[in-house]
Design a protein around this ligand. Structure first.
Ligand SMILES: NC(=O)c1ccc[n+]([C@@H]2O[C@H](COP(=O)([O-])OP(=O)(O)OC[C@H]3O[C@@H](n4cnc5c(N)ncnc54)[C@H](O)[C@@H]3O)[C@@H](O)[C@H]2O)c1
Length: 431
């Protein structure tokens, strides 16, 4: 379903009318394509507080701050008190006007120090700052906070955030641990030689995830229910991969995946999901359990089976799909909200153990309003509200979720673990 309002506000009369009426003015987002692989412009490197970080390997900085910039990276890891916060203002206040439409602001923060409440207050302040700036900056620009200790381990994350691939990711706080950096042999095909399985890959977001992982060099396996087998085959053939007709709720789904992939797999994307909306007072037990089973129980079962059998190779990646409905709650979606919040719990608990015991990271994407068949079926006015109620005033595209998944899957993202990253244009729903 095309966003006609976005097209209209791009015309002269549309701009005039929407400005006069005080209506949202979404800026068209610039997304990755082979013709447009990078942001147009320089990256300003700014510092607040005393930082000991060497960012040269992680951020391609430019020295000339008088030119218009595509991004500003503010190193605020050295901010330890409220005086340091004054430096945040001093650094970004003059720089903001130089950042082009569709540009990026990335704030780098340090982990909160439990033994120093002044440092913790100042570092936590960066979250409120980031989210507030994201809501006001406008013109398709995004603002995110990355907490890090080791810039080299955060290089894949900074590259993602400084690229057109992160166009719909804003207002996020991402923590990156320390760790050895694994550089791919071929930077244009970082997943070459790897196998990725995408559940629910026959259409919608899953199809885009499969296509994006294939673009990055992965051999993709498109899993979907037997009723969608023809679509799954069509997608797989287009991407040079294979299809697997399987209902993910089958109790032995993990074993059947392992049997279909005797050489194992590297990337497991739990994307399949369903809604069966009703207010709780009208919801029968069937609707409740169907949603919990597809969206959560089957994710737990297949994850356990594939991890314990060793089918997921060391260096592997699990990416699950949450939703902002699981973070903020949504009327009519107690089943769906519960299932998606469960994904967050799964990720936070399993991530450290999966990395320590299997060398596998576990993260989740939490999509907001994404333009798919699922959201095209939403009644007009609710759909319009869903699209506009975010800082970018528009819906995201399946490819936005796919690019975030590809960043998690990247060989250089081994220090990104236990994260739930919203792909929601900084939705007003939930933090
Ligand atoms: N579209 C959005 O705005 C949005 C927002 C937040 C979260 N999500 C989540 O993103 C994921 C994909 O959403 P979408 O909009 O592309 O949905 P979609 O309905 O277009 O596609 C879902 C796919 O999953 C498959 N599937 C369903 N049950 C399955 C099962 N038991 N076994 C195997 N495959 C199964 C379907 O056949 C379908 O191909 C879901 O987890 C959804 O909850 C979507």
């Amino acid at each position: 379903m095309a966003d006609r309002y976005l097209s209209f506000t791009g015309t002269g009369p549309g701009r005039f009318l929407t400005r006069r009426l005080g209506l949202p003015q979404p800026a068209p987002l610039i997304r990755f394509s082979p013709e447009h692989p990078a942001l147009d412009g320089d990256v300003l490197l700014l510092t607040a507080g005393k930082s000991g970080l060497d960012l040269s390997a992680a951020v391609p900085a430019s020295a000339d701050s008088s030119r218009r910039a595509a991004a500003a990276v503010l190193d605020a890891t050295g901010v330890r008190d409220t005086d340091g916060l004054a430096d945040v203002h001093a650094a970004l206040h003059p720089a903001l006007r130089t950042i082009t439409a569709g540009g990026r602001v990335i704030v780098l923060g340090a982990p909160l120090d439990a033994a120093d409440h002044h440092q913790a207050a100042a570092q936590q302040a960066l979250e409120g700052f980031t989210r507030s700036l994201g809501k006001e900056i406008g013109r398709g620009r995004t603002v995110n906070l990355v907490r890090l200790t080791d810039p080299a381990a955060a290089a894949s994350t900074l590259r993602f955030l400084l690229s057109p691939k992160s166009a719909y990711v804003s207002g996020q706080v991402i923590e990156v641990g320390a760790g050895a950096l694994t550089a791919p042999d071929d930077p244009d095909h970082p997943l070459a030689g790897r196998t990725a399985l995408v559940t629910g890959g026959a259409r919608g977001i899953g199809e885009a995830v499969a296509a994006t992982l294939a673009r990055d060099g992965a051999r993709v396996v498109v899993l979907d229910v037997p009723q969608a087998e023809a679509d799954a085959r069509r997608v797989a053939e287009r991407l040079g991969g294979s299809a697997l007709a399987l209902d993910i709720t089958a109790v032995d789904a993990g074993d059947r995946i392992a049997a279909a992939l005797p050489d194992g797999l590297d990337v497991l994307v739990h994307n399949a999901g369903i809604t069966r909306d009703r207010r709780l007072v009208n919801m029968d037990a069937g609707r409740w359990s169907q949603v919990l089973d597809v969206n959560l129980a089957s994710v737990l079962r297949t994850t356990d089976a594939l991890l314990t059998s060793g089918a997921l190779h060391p260096g592997g990646r699990i990416v699950a799909t949450a939703s902002i409905a699981g973070l903020a709650g949504n009327a009519g979606q107690t089943n769906y909200g519960a299932s998606k919040a469960g994904i967050v719990g799964l990720v936070r608990s399993l991530a450290p153990r999966a990395l320590a015991e299997h060398g596998v990271t576990v993260n989740a994407v939490a999509p907001g309003f994404i333009e798919t068949r699922m959201t095209a079926a939403v009644p007009l006015f609710i759909r319009e509200a869903g699209r506009r109620m975010n800082s970018l005033a528009q819906g995201g595209l399946p490819v936005d979720v796919a690019e975030t998944t590809a960043w998690f899957a990247h060989p250089g993202s081994g220090a990104v673990n236990g994260q739930v990253v919203r792909v929601c244009g900084q939705s007003l729903l939930g933090a």
